[in-house]
Design a protein around this ligand. Sequence first.
Ligand code: AQP
Length: 336
Amino acid sequence: MSENQKKTIFSGVQPSGKLTLGNYLGAIRNFPILQQSYHCIYCVVDMHAITVRQEAAALRRATLEVLAQYIACGLDPEKSILFIQSHVPAHAELAWVLNCFTMFGEASRMTQFKDKSAKHADNINVGLFTYPVLMAADILLYQADLVPVGVDQSQHIEICRDIAGRFNGLYPGTFVMPEGYYPKAGEGAKINSLADPRMKMSKSDPNPGGCILLMDKPEDIMRKFKRAVTDSEASIVMDPVGKPGVSNLIQIYALATGKTIAEVENEFAGKGYGEFKPAVGEAVVELLRPIRERTEQLLASKDYLEQVYTQGAQKAAYLARKTLDKVYRKVGFVAR
Ligand code: AQP
């Protein structure tokens, strides 16, 4: 495929804490695969992260850690644009314009806003409310065709498409209409908490036992899997409604080993949870070991990371400016 036939991919991850196995299996794992056949732009979305209160030094550390983890998971800064959202002011600038094309009612319907407002009742800020508008700006600035995300983000992709459609209706040909690019069910679309398997595994989960972090030590991973909530039946079969805990573990094991769900069920037919849970733990330890070791090396090379995010921001800013200039012209702003 020639360079200009390639479609564009955009995605981002919030440095709102330590990345989880859910972030990896649901999204980041797919990023390097896509960089072969698409123009890929991957961002560390620090501006999104401050919709929930962050400690400044921790946010700075987490931002560099996510960047290092992108590279450790296989992203190549020579092939993909890797940058930090706050380094490209066009994100905030386009978000303002798009705020004026987003209806209060549609933003009010976002389940993430409702969930996060319930979790952070002392800080229901306007940024939390307009989070999907900033996300729409992130995507539309780069005229992205595809957005690889976990299914928890599907509602935000839909509102982005609604905003783009409304804007294009008034000013034809402004934005490429993006589509979500989701893992299939059972292939990482949604990884659940080990402590409460009906809930999504989230990096801001206050219960550390529910979450496997990419930087967890092997002994912590093993302990968390051994304590994972299952059921009293002791049968290792996929049944997401009746057996959410076991089904979550089957999915994780299948993804970590490259086996199908049926192969996993066969492998553990007649065996108990006492054998299954440590096997899942060991598979995840081996999956994450190279990522953790490479991340640690990269975090020790601050100059290299700085070079990656500086060059990434230059390339991203060039592309973003082209779209922003077009939008400013269309809405009637006088050119600078
Ligand atoms: N449990 C999950 N299963 C599958 N995919 C997931 N993602 C997150 N959790 C899971 C996907 O990871 C990408 C990055 O997510 P994000 O950091 O932008 O925001 P998020 O979805 O809000 O992730 P968290 O971990 O739940 O963060 P907090 O706790 O800060 O809200 C996205 O593509 C997401 O779909």
